[in-house]
Ligand binder design. Structure first.
Ligand SMILES: *Cc1c(COP(=O)(O)O)cnc(C)c1O
Length: 375
């Protein structure tokens, strides 16, 4: 997808905010604990490489991504720090990871068996992190017997270098500790079964760290906090307070491309879901669901000049319409998403409006929107 550079629409990313968030988390870490910046999914839509370089300068020691390709993108950008792929990479691609010095997550014993032959044949050594499924129900070891057998297999094959062991929490962002505590218990149990000695044992995402649930560990996988977003699953009004200041980095801006007055009986948009009952001023904004600005935003208020204005009619693929209080000139700035967390159009409030989480909205912003970086 080509970015629309000849269109007044862009995602602004404030790298000073990214830097500040990482610095604040660095101060919050235990002595000797490392920060791995999670930059999967193009840095949660913010741009993986600029975010990674900023995080590195602010003290990050390594990176987590979801796909091998995302790790390769960082290596291609001359990032030499450790990179861990959190998802399951096809075993056939293990040699590619080994050559690039990218660490992979081991989901089970079958994966090790599948990856070993090609690595041995090519005399490659792959850095691995043993994934532990302590209750997320996603990937990793959960049975004692298989976990022990996997370690025996690793000890018998020198193509593997155990760099880490980790688990992932399903509810670190909740006020209810019960399931979290069960996961901690399970992880501690699996840790007792270690025969190999991982360099880094880790379990914390942003929520576990900034809500101070962390148990002692070697590194924090800091994701959503980099971007200045509170990981709390609750609606904005009931957010769990973060123990470090978080400054959102992203805003989404555009301009009015057309302004007109419509009259009683005139409709707006597909399906004519809005019909004027009297004269109304309607503005057009050149962003739509193909940019990740989904149809559920109908009715949401974006900031046009100094006014919060409701989106009227259905959001189209590439455009939407707003109801303006007065005639405003074409070119008037439109702020769809504000980087002020208290603004009615913050990413969190926008997510609440469409019934999702800010993680999802940020990731949805498509490549058609250019990312513009403020240093
Ligand atoms: C995405 C992810 C993280 C980061 O989570 P945040 O909530 O963004 O901090 C950490 N660990 C794993 C395994 C993940 O998949």
């Amino acid at each position: 997808m080509v970015p629309g550079i000849h269109r007044a629409a862009r995602v602004n990313v404030n790298l000073q905010a990214i830097k500040q968030n990482v610095t604040n988390e660095m101060h919050h870490l235990a002595r000797g604990q490392l920060l791995f910046a999670v930059v999967k999914a193009n840095g949660y839509g913010h741009g993986a490489v600029p975010v990674a370089k900023t995080a590195l300068a602010a003290g990050a020691s390594g990176f987590c991504v979801a796909l091998l390709d995302e790790g390769i993108e960082l290596r291609a950008a001359d990032i030499v720090a450790p990179i861990l792929v959190l998802g399951v990479v096809p075993a056939a691609a293990a040699p590619i990871a080994a050559v690039d010095g990218i660490s992979l997550t081991v989901p089970n014993l079958a994966w090790l068996r599948a990856a070993a032959p090609a690595l041995s044949q090519q005399q490659l050594r792959l850095k691995i992190h043993l994934g532990i499924d302590s209750g997320m129900g996603r990937i990793g070891f959960s049975e004692d017997r298989e976990f022990i057998a996997a370690q025996d297999f690793i000890l018998a094959h020198d193509c593997f270098e155990v760099e880490g062991m980790f688990t992932h929490f399903a509810s670190a962002d909740s006020r209810d500790h019960r399931y979290f505590d069960l996961q901690v218990k399970k992880f501690k149990h699996m840790r007792q079964l270690l025969k190999v000695t991982p360099r880094w044992i880790h379990c914390d995402n942003t929520a576990a760290s900034v809500f101070d649930k962390a148990l002692p560990s070697d590194l924090v996988r800091f994701g959503i906090g980099i971007y200045g977003l509170n990981p709390s699953a609750s609606p904005k009004s009931a957010e769990i307070p973060s123990s470090i200041p978080l400054k959102p980095a992203l805003s989404l801006v555009s301009e009015l491309t057309m302004v007109k007055t419509i009259h009683a009986g005139d409709g707006v948009g597909y399906g004519v879901t809005h019909v004027a009952s009297h004269d109304e001023v309607i503005g057009t904004v050149p962003i739509g669901y193909a940019d990740g600005w989904i149809r559920k935003f109908q009715g949401f208020q974006v900031k046009v000049g100094d006014f919060y204005c409701p989106i009227v009619g259905r959001v189209c693929m590439d455009q939407f319409m707003v109801q303006l209080p007065v005639v405003l000139p074409v070119g008037t700035p439109v702020e769809l998403i504000s980087d002020d967390p208290t603004a009615p159009n913050s990413l969190k409030h926008a997510a609440d409006y469409v019934g999702t989480i800010h993680y999802e909205l940020a990731c949805l912003l498509s490549d058609r929107l250019p990312r513009v970086y403020q240093h």
